[in-house]
Design a protein around this ligand. Structure first.
Ligand code: GLN
Length: 206
């Protein structure tokens, strides 16, 4: 059965994420249909959701204005997977420490925007991620980080860099501070959308 994946398409690397989702699906002999989300009414039909990077203020404004925010919360309440990357992680967090961001509260963490400093605009690091056998080539671009003091009891830290959590999971939601779509490596998409499928809390349609 083909996976219907919604990608929030306000800004960010929509086509790169779509390609990574298709590659990850292919590893499981599945197809993937990718739906671009810019308006309400589409999320309820999606099996999985991806919230890409970009500018968290812009993304959160659109989600609120279009009423997509409530649909995403329902999606998560139904146990369906979400992968939120970079600005997506900021929007998915419980606290973005910035009044201009209406964070969705999908992950019980507070996030520091531009945590690695504006000077260090971007960098790539070989990141050890729980659940992956080999380091992941993680590309950070004006990246946020999870405040280590803020990590809730139900949140699992999958990876940390420089003492700060940069990949976390809570139930069906995986958040990364880096951009997993910018390399050919689709293991993060796989982890978020397919590898968790066997876990008991997962929606059986996956
Ligand atoms: N710095 C951006 C923000 O705070 C996130 C950057 C990104 O998504 N690459 O919204």
């Amino acid at each position: 059965m083909s996976l219907r994946a919604g990608v929030v398409a306000v800004q960010g690397d929509v086509s790169e994420h779509a390609a990574a989702i298709r590659r990850a699906a292919g590893r499981h002999d599945r197809g993937a249909e990718v739906v671009e989300i810019r308006e309400s009414g589409l999320v309820p039909d999606c099996d999985a959701l991806l919230m890409p990077g970009g500018e968290s203020t812009t993304i959160s404004r659109l989600l609120t204005r279009e009423g997509i925010d409530a649909e995403i919360r329902e999606h998560v309440a139904a146990g369906k997977p979400v992968l939120a990357t970079c600005a997506g992680l900021i929007v998915a967090a419980g606290d973005a420490k910035d009044d201009r961001v209406d964070s969705l509260g999908l992950l019980d963490v507070a996030v520091d925007r531009n945590a690695f400093g504006r000077q260090v605009d971007s960098f790539e690091a070989p990141l050890s991620v729980d659940g992956l056998d080999d380091p992941f080539p993680a590309v950070f671009i004006r990246a946020p980080a999870v405040d280590p003091e803020s990590v809730g009891d139900d949140v699992e830290v999958l990876a940390a860099w420089d003492g700060r959590p940069v990949a976390v999971r809570q139930g069906p939601v995986v958040g990364t501070a880096f951009h997993p779509e910018l390399t050919e490596d689709d293991r993060i998409h796989d982890l978020a959308f397919f590898e968790q499928a066997a876990a008991p809390h997962r929606d059986t349609r996956l």
